[in-house]
Design a protein around this ligand. Structure first.
Ligand SMILES: [Zn+2]
Length: 151
């Protein structure tokens, strides 16, 4: 089968809005991870959300959560794909931050990625991790470089 390989360029701007703006400003300026608490189900949503996707009500209470938590689930990415966040290999995980009621997606770093078996020995469900903050922060999710195992 013949295949035409080409690229589609789609530049766009995403307006953060008030809630995402505050969330990223807290990360950039104060190294704080902030959530919002739903007044109906009382869950702390992180990153902070404009509305609770379960209850469809607007949380107004802001809550600082810990920059530490435990790995709920993870995956080793060892192949390239379009739009990849960085060259493989790397580990992505859903992390249950202390004080939050929903998972937080980010990278796991400071681990040996040279061998899959080694990664499986190091990264486990329930592994305690802590945010490693970027020295140069710019108001993006990468203000946290990654989460590293607590030793
Ligand atoms: Zn809710």
């Amino acid at each position: 089968m013949r295949v035409l390989e080409t690229e589609v360029c789609l530049p766009y701007k995403f307006a953060y809005g008030s809630v995402n703006s505050r969330f990223f400003e807290e990360m950039e300026k104060n190294r704080r991870i902030m959530g919002t608490r739903c007044p109906q189900c009382h869950r702390v949503l992180v990153p902070a959300r404009k509305f609770c996707p379960r209850c469809f009500v607007d949380p107004e209470e802001w809550v600082q959560v810990s920059d530490q938590g435990k790995v709920r689930t993870w995956s080793l990415v060892n192949y390239s794909f379009a739009g990849e966040p960085k060259p493989p290999p790397y580990v992505v995980a859903i992390i249950d931050l202390d004080g939050a009621d929903v998972g937080f997606l980010h990278f796991i770093g400071d681990i040996d990625l040279s061998d899959v078996e080694r990664v499986k020995e190091e990264v486990k469900i329930g592994l305690a991790v802590r945010a490693v903050w970027s020295e140069q922060r710019s108001g993006t999710i990468m203000d946290i470089k990654h989460f590293a195992p607590l030793k």
